[in-house]
Design a protein around this ligand. Structure first.
Ligand SMILES: *Cc1c(COP(=O)(O)O)cnc(C)c1O
Length: 397
């Protein structure tokens, strides 16, 4: 028997990949990367031409670049990932007082977007292997609490309508989206894929976001590609794309000068400046992805020498963008794992190594603690064991 893994060994292994760190010169979890891009050139062009706001050629170019890369038919650039989810749910008919099913493990923004519409998050357990919503848990929860009433699905326990499902592709690992899609089809529920962390991730050669009705992206500062702040929806449905464009401006009826608006507009279209920054990184996305894979492989090598730890890996028939490398403390006792996780985090932060734990399960946050939920055993379990490691593209030359 080897001796049990300790925090020192894990931190040393991380230092082998990221080099030295200190409070003064910390190693971040994920930094933007503009080296050898046209970022400055495109930004200058926006400033020189005066096209800085939410119209301009870079918005179209950026959207087209996303379509080319993902093979989406349509892409609509928006101001951030949260409003992209909110708009997607709105376009699919989610109304105040409805419930939306989502995994209990995600960044808080997924649940917030539901709340912004006056709807209620309803939490479902995750699959430990890919950290996405578990299709079996989704199906069994629906069988337990849902009943059909005409075309609508009602939660028998709350009396509210269940209006949509959101799957999230966590840290770039594709969820089992076909199985999730089948369940949502059986129950006549629209499906949104939160791909904020999954640009460059594929399952069965289909880019994340294109199996459900709408996929949503985020280009926040720490994502695989950043526009400062930004988001988008991708879809193959022309009506959805058209509505998204219409509502995300001022819902103005086309006319050279008249101010005629046919519904409430949201004004959350992506500005040209942000799109310019995004286009510059789309041009190097393949390189970025290959760097991410190399970072993952280097971590994998150093951790293969340690017992009691493993990295979450892409599953068969999937390709992860490896946005954030994720370490799992794989020791039998979950309470010991939790203790070790906290020791690692506090020692690492004291040394300027800015690791992060998995998010707190959303049902544990004060605003969501009374939300409806299924059994969440896997979510509670993995939350004790996972740590994200520094994964910036600049770690690889
Ligand atoms: C970042 C993120 C969002 C929100 O995106 P913003 O651009 O920050 O609003 C939503 N969902 C997930 C899973 C994310 O990681």
């Amino acid at each position: 028997m080897t001796s049990p893994i300790c925090e020192e060994e894990i931190i040393n292994a991380i230092h082998q990949i990221v080099g030295p760190s200190s409070k003064k010169e910390p190693v971040a979890l994920h930094e933007p990367y503009f080296l050898n891009t046209n970022a400055m050139k495109y930004l200058k062009d926006c400033i020189n031409t005066g096209w800085v706001s939410s119209a301009g050629s870079y918005v179209n170019k950026f959207e087209n670049a996303i379509c080319d890369f993902t093979k989406a038919k349509y892409c609509v650039g928006l101001v951030n990932g949260t409003v992209s989810i909110r708009l997607a749910l709105h376009l699919l008919g989610v109304k105040p007082g409805d419930e939306v099913l989502l995994p209990s493990i995600s960044f808080v923004a997924t649940a917030n977007a539901i709340s912004h519409l006056g709807a209620i998050p309803h939490f479902i357990d995750i699959d430990k292997r890919n950290l996405g919503i578990d299709h079996k848990a989704l199906e069994s929860r629906l069988k337990t609490i849902a009943k059909m009433k005409g075309d609508t699905i009602i939660n028998k326990e709350t009396g509210r309508k269940i209006a949509a499902v959101i799957a999230v592709h966590i840290f770039g690992f594709p969820a089992e989206i076909k199985k999730i899609k089948n369940i949502s089809l059986n129950w006549n529920l629209p499906l949104v894929e939160d791909c904020a962390e999954a640009l460059g991730s594929w399952r069965d050669e289909i880019h994340c976001g294109l199996t459900g009705n709408i996929g949503t992206l985020s280009f926040n500062g720490n994502k695989i590609l950043t526009t400062g702040g930004g988001g988008a929806i991708i879809t193959s449905d022309p009506m959805i794309a058209e509505q998204a464009r219409h509502i995300s401006t001022t819902a103005k009826i086309k006319h050279a000068w008249e101010y005629d608006h046919d519904q409430v507009g949201w004004n959350d279209r992506m500005p040209n400046l942000n799109a310019a920054l995004g286009l510059a990184q789309m041009e190097i996305l393949d390189e970025t992805l290959s760097k991410k894979r190399k970072i993952f492989n280097s971590y994998k090598e150093v951790f293969s020498n340690l017992s009691g730890v493993k990295l979450i890996e892409e599953q068969k028939n999937t390709m992860s963008n490896y946005w954030l490398v994720t370490l799992s403390l794989d020791i039998p006792s979950s309470s010991k794992a939790k203790l070790l996780k906290n020791q690692i985090l506090s020692k690492a932060h004291a040394k300027g190594l800015l690791l992060r734990p998995l998010w707190k399960p959303l049902n544990k946050l004060p605003m969501y603690q009374n939300s409806p939920k299924g059994l969440l055993n896997n979510s509670m379990e993995v939350a004790k064991r996972l740590i994200n490691l520094p994964s910036s593209p600049k770690l690889i030359p």
